[in-house]
Design a binder for this molecule. Structure first.
Ligand code: ZN
Length: 432
């Protein structure tokens, strides 16, 4: 697959103009872009003409000016370019194609990663090629008539931790025992013919949020990613903080100060002892709320539990439905708690209390304007867990100090976020 577009947005000034237009979904005027970008009128005029010629913006319609003179409206053409997002997760691989406003154009679920990373990477590239082909066959075109292959800029990949972002290598992710030292960026680029960027699932989910939110660029956001375990990410001015390696936001062993056992790390009552999803599922089974173990689901989050079994044929259907299965078990658990089940309540309460205490600490450290909770299992847990978290957080951080909100981007936020990782790298002036 050849993905080189007509796009050559190397020039930072072009990105600045594009960014100013993108952040005005209702449309903006040339004068406003001049004000916002700090560029000269001549430069903005030249750049907007180029962007229009490439089909990335339109200049249709007029906007009533403050002094009554109608001005030409500049608007982004969201479907002029696409990026692919891949979420590599122990429970399954999700692929999306998204446009410039992070709207999902197409989506596909693949079986979980196996012990054969090279085979998995080939699978991802093939699936992406087939999605693009199906879109083309279905008649998808950019408004100026280009097909999806031509519009596709590149691929972002979101992985659990244990990666080297700079080298593009999956080093030792938790719960993906077959993936050690995999040169993912290089291999996927070769298999797909497209440029590839790699980051953690938590950072990807946060990037999806900052990319799509029309928010102040000064805002500091703390993102809590609720998956098999809980991770965090912080962004300031639309830039995700990476730390010196890729270990920022690994909060599983943050002490909660609650009553709890000694953890494997040597401390007591670590966050992960309450918020690994396997704890909820095991507790739910013990209490008879969830069906006894034995078939699909319920294993993710439990560590090295033999996901790579010797039965690749039989594994297929099981893995594809595993994340969904975990989600529906969490929904059952929350429904039981809603219905007054004491053991279910105790589990969700402990989860919320631990995450609430962790958040009190993290808010103290980062002083964010906003805390966003999201990730594959958040929607299922939120009805029971959010009120508990909120009560804890509000002990020392009132609403006027920090906003607490659920992500509105759905359970597949990491895949969507992976696509925005690529958009961010290619199109955000802040990334240059
Ligand atoms: Zn620990």
């Amino acid at each position: 697959m050849r993905g080189k577009t007509m796009l050559d947005l190397g020039a930072r000034n072009e990105l600045i103009v594009l960014d100013a237009i993108r952040h005005a979904p209702e449309g903006t005027s040339q004068s406003e872009v001049v004000d916002r970008s700090g560029l000269s009128r001549q430069a903005v005029s030249l750049i907007t003409r180029r962007l229009r010629e490439r089909g990335m913006i339109t200049t249709d319609g007029t906007l009533a000016g403050s002094r009554g003179k109608p001005r030409t409206v500049l608007r982004l053409v969201p479907t002029s370019l696409l990026a692919a997002g891949v979420h590599l997760d122990p429970a399954g691989i999700t692929l999306v194609l998204a446009d410039l406003l992070a709207e999902v154009i197409a989506e596909r679920r693949l079986e979980a990663p196996t012990d054969d990373p090279a085979g998995d990477i080939a699978r991802i590239a093939e699936a992406l090629a087939s999605i693009v082909e199906e879109l083309a066959d279905a008649g998808w075109r950019t408004p100026d008539g280009r097909g999806p292959e031509e519009a596709l800029l590149g691929i972002g990949v979101a992985s659990p931790g244990g990666i080297d972002v700079r080298r593009g290598v999956v080093v030792n992710p938790p719960w993906l025992p077959g993936w050690r030292g995999v040169e993912l960026v290089e291999q996927l680029a070769e298999a797909s013919g497209l440029p590839v960027v790699l980051d953690k699932d938590t950072n990807a989910a946060l990037t999806a949020h900052t990319w799509s939110a029309a928010q102040s660029s000064e805002e500091t956001v703390l993102y809590i990613y609720v998956g098999a375990g809980v991770g965090s990410a912080v962004s300031s001015g639309h830039r995700v903080q990476h730390g010196s390696g890729a270990l920022a936001g690994e909060i599983g062993h943050l002490p909660t100060g609650l009553d709890g056992e000694v953890c494997g790390c040597g401390r007591r009552a670590c966050l992960s002892q309450f918020t690994d999803v396997s704890i909820l599922l095991t507790g739910g089974r013990r209490a008879g709320i969830l069906p006894a173990d034995g078939e699909a689901g319920g294993k993710d989050g439990g560590g090295a539990d033999g996901t790579a079994d010797a039965d690749p044929g039989g594994k297929a259907g099981r893995d594809a439905g595993r994340e969904q299965d975990t989600r529906s078990q969490l929904q059952d658990l929350v429904a039981a708690a809603d219905g007054g089940s004491e053991p279910a309540r105790a589990l969700t309460l402990a989860y919320g209390a631990a995450l609430g205490e962790a958040l009190r600490t993290l808010i103290g450290v980062h002083d964010p304007h906003r805390v966003v909770l999201g990730g594959p299992y958040w929607t299922a847990l939120a009805p029971q867990v959010m009120p508990v978290i909120e009560a804890r957080v509000r002990r020392d951080a009132p609403p006027e100090r920090v906003q607490l909100m659920s992500s509105t981007l759905g359970d597949e936020v990491a895949a969507l976020g992976a696509a925005t990782l690529f958009l961010q790298r290619e199109l955000s002036p802040a990334a240059r």
